[in-house]
Design a protein around this ligand. Structure first.
Ligand code: SF4
Ligand code: SF4
Length: 389
């Protein structure tokens, strides 16, 4: 079995039999599930960033999670599904997320939904950014981890798929602190790659049956893509996922970080792919291009650095409040790691001087009133359909 292979297979609907057949098909080129032995405890790290009905395309679809659970249990495994949403990490929040996201379907298939809310301290000697980190303790109880992500656009990272999914191993209450520690998207991406390298799930699967375009990862628009992706290497999967939705590898900070570490190639043409990937190419997918799509390089002397700083400031995307949609709920103010949002006359107001452009506010605004605004000059200089303006 080639460990570098990325597999892609059709999955037109979320009908249970279609999902089960598609999972078997996408995993077959990667060696199938022969590694699953009776009694093994497998953790499935789903994307449960917030509680949302499955048709909203925010979370990994419960029918796919149920189908994978059945396949693993048939081979004698115990299955636990977990994630830490961007909120308090406790039973009351998670029970609500499980219920809203339809996870009872996976529970009926025999999966345990994680209710171990302990937090542990980790140390990763080889980390580039985050040698010391705090993680969700439930993973320690698993013999193997499968990451089951969802294909979505993302305010800060442009792409939410395999590599980004492991950020959910950080307890929700700690996530704003990580944004504050790593305000530069490239450093944040390096931290995510550290997490991927530390946890090294045995498998990465991505739900791209119905993806999310536009104002992702929580308030975008569902978009039918009709396939599943799988790989042993999260960054190779992401190179293919990015290509499907029209993003260049360099436009996705986690892929760029992985390329710098020689963990994946810098072009989809250099991937080894099992499956007809071009059949799923999206020509009109609304992406969010972050500043990495157009970084001005300049020289490395004082003058070059000054020009680069000024140019990149002009090209940077910013969070913007659509006041007509804002309901003044204060969620963005509460989650903002830089404490730079206040509510004035029932509307969110951003003090731009201290904004670190982490886009947590955009991610967790419940009504999509906070959006990523791309500088007009940057939008002019790149092509492709963009969402979340
Ligand atoms: S979270 Fe959204 S709706 Fe709530 S105050 Fe902020 S911008 Fe307004
Ligand atoms: S205003 Fe939004 S983007 Fe800026 S620091 Fe706060 S949460 Fe992050």
């Amino acid at each position: 079995m080639n460990p570098n292979l990325v597999s892609i297979t059709p999955c037109e609907t979320y009908a249970p039999d279609v999902c089960e057949a598609a999972l078997l098909s996408v995993l077959e080129p990667l060696g199938g599930l022969d590694w699953v032995t009776p009694g093994i405890r497998i953790g499935i790290k789903a994307n449960l960033v917030t509680g949302a009905k499955p048709e909203k395309a925010v979370t990994t679809h419960p029918t796919l999670l149920a189908a994978l659970t059945r396949l693993l249990k048939e081979r004698g495994a115990c299955v636990v599904i977990g994630d830490s949403p961007g909120n308090l990490y406790n039973a009351s929040v998670l029970n609500r997320v499980y219920a809203l996201s339809g996870l009872d379907e996976a529970e009926r298939a025999g999966a345990e939904l994680n209710r171990d809310f302990s937090e542990k301290d980790g140390y990763f000697q080889d980390a580039v950014q985050a040698k010391r980190f705090t993680y969700t303790g439930w993973i320690d109880g698993c013999d193997a981890l499968i990451s089951f992500s969802k294909l979505k656009s993302h305010g800060m990272m442009s792409l939410s798929a395999a590599a980004k999914n492991l950020f959910g191993t950080i307890p929700g209450t700690m996530k704003p602190e990580y944004h504050y520690r790593f305000p530069n998207p490239n450093d944040f991406a390096d931290m995510l790659v550290d997490l991927d390298e530390y946890w090294k799930p045995v498998l990465h699967i991505c739900d791209a049956v119905t993806a999310m375009e536009g104002n992702g990862p929580t308030q975008g628009t569902p978009k039918h893509v009709g396939c599943l992706l799988a790989a042993k290497n999260p960054h190779r999967l992401d190179v293919l996922a990015a290509a499907l939705i029209g993003l260049e590898p360099r436009e996705v900070p986690t892929i760029a970080a992985a390329v710098r570490r020689d963990l994946c190639p810098d072009a989809v043409e250099r991937l080894e792919i099992a499956g007809d990937w071009k059949a799923y190419l999206q020509t009109d997918f609304e992406v969010i291009r972050n500043r990495n799509s157009l970084l001005f390089v300049g020289g490395n002397n004082l003058f070059g650095r000054a020009i680069r700083g000024a140019m990149n400031l002009c090209l940077e995307s910013k969070p913007t409040v659509h006041t007509s949609a804002c309901i003044g709920c204060g969620k963005c103010r509460d989650i903002c790691p830089a404490h730079t949002i206040s509510i004035v006359n029932h509307k969110a107001v951003i003090d731009r001087k201290h904004c670190i452009k982490c886009f947590c506010c955009q991610e967790f605004c419940p009504v999509g009133a906070m959006r990523v605004h791309r500088a007009p000059v940057a939008a002019l200089l790149t092509h492709g359909k963009e969402g979340s303006k």
